[in-house]
Design a protein around this ligand. Structure first.
Ligand SMILES: C[S@@+](CC[C@H](N)C(=O)[O-])C[C@H]1O[C@@H](n2cnc3c(N)ncnc32)[C@H](O)[C@@H]1O
Length: 301
């Protein structure tokens, strides 16, 4: 599937299947002996989506081709650290008194159901209609109850999502904690800029934003590695074409872009974030691209 301005998808196709892939990795990370994260909804959500190979991965019944084993381990290691980084970001924001959160491109993110939100917190989740419909149905079937006031906002992030967010009750006067996790590479460069412009316009003083940024040239390396993994799944019926799903080429550096718009920005290399959690970044060829990202936290004074 090649991206167009009006493409849409569910959790088993297009960009949506990447949400299922990373949820599978979160399930594997949660099942590690000394886990960095605990996402009890990841495996059930993957089962509910029903992409056979991912179900087999989380259940330990899929035959992982030898050439894919390292890549699956790498994806799991990255998702453990990435998930924990964003979990900690929300915990810090809550400790600082922020009671409004927005999860951009939430996919199968279950934070609205598993984090310890302070009373009075509202969590908005934004993603495509079919993605959130599928997720809502799966969570309802599981009898899961959100741990905050959760509002699902179905809209394309390349369109006028601020209007949809406001219509769902978003308070522009309240400080907000925003996350854009696993999203930027799926947006065209101009849409990334517009995303940050919109976030900036909607952010009252005291708002915070966390994201992970890959330079355009790194996205190409990332695609190449991710595609090797995806190709090893082809026989198992998983059709993933990363080059067609992501947008490569020059894009503004997210940290610099936000700093120029009045945010106080801290950026850390992914390898540093790993070290901060006492984990070494895996070595080997799978590391290309994946190691080269910056974890960003920005605060609006
Ligand atoms: C790799 S997944 C990440 C999901 C989630 N943030 C996580 O880390 O588990 C990418 C997500 O971005 C969403 N997405 C990508 N482009 C989007 C757009 N233009 N509008 C809305 N959602 C989008 C997809 O539907 C998918 O859920």
């Amino acid at each position: 599937m090649t991206r167009t301005d009006s493409d849409s998808w569910d959790l088993a196709s297009g960009v949506g299947i990447t949400a299922t892939m990373v949820a599978a990795a979160r399930a594997l990370a949660s099942a590690e002996p000394e886990p960095l994260i605990h996402d009890p909804f990841a495996a059930p959500l993957v089962r509910a989506v029903g992409v056979e190979h991912f179900v087999g991965l989380v259940d330990g019944t899929a035959a992982v081709p030898e050439q894919a084993a390292d890549a699956v381990a790498m994806l799991t290691a990255v998702l453990a650290v990435r998930t924990r980084f964003f979990d900690d970001f929300f915990a810090d924001a809550a400790a600082a008194g922020v009671r409004q959160a927005v999860i951009l491109a939430s996919g199968l993110d279950s934070r609205a159901y598993r984090l310890d939100w302070p009373a009075g917190t509202t969590v908005y989740e934004i993603d495509q209609q079919a993605v959130l419909d599928g997720k809502n149905a799966a969570l309802a079937a599981l009898g899961a109850a959100p741990t905050a006031e959760r509002r699902a906002v179905t809209v394309d992030l390349r369109e006028d999502w601020p209007a949809a967010l406001r219509a769902a009750g978003f308070d522009t006067a309240a400080p907000t904690a925003w996350i854009a996790e696993g999203l930027l590479i799926y947006l065209p460069p101009q849409a990334q800029d517009r995303l940050f412009d919109n976030i900036t316009a909607l952010s009252a003083p005291g708002s915070r934003l966390a994201t992970e940024f890959h330079r355009g040239d790194v996205v190409a390396a990332l695609n190449e590695r991710s595609q090797q993994l995806a190709d090893s799944w082809k026989g198992a019926g998983v059709g993933l074409d990363f080059a067609a799903l992501t947008y490569r080429g020059e894009r503004n550096d997210a940290a610099q872009y936000l700093a120029e718009r009045g945010w106080s920005v801290t950026g850390r290399a992914r390898t540093e974030v790993f070290a901060g959690y006492g984990r070494a970044f895996p070595t080997g060829q799978e590391a290309a691209g994946l190691s080269d990202s910056t974890a960003i936290v920005a605060i609006r004074d």
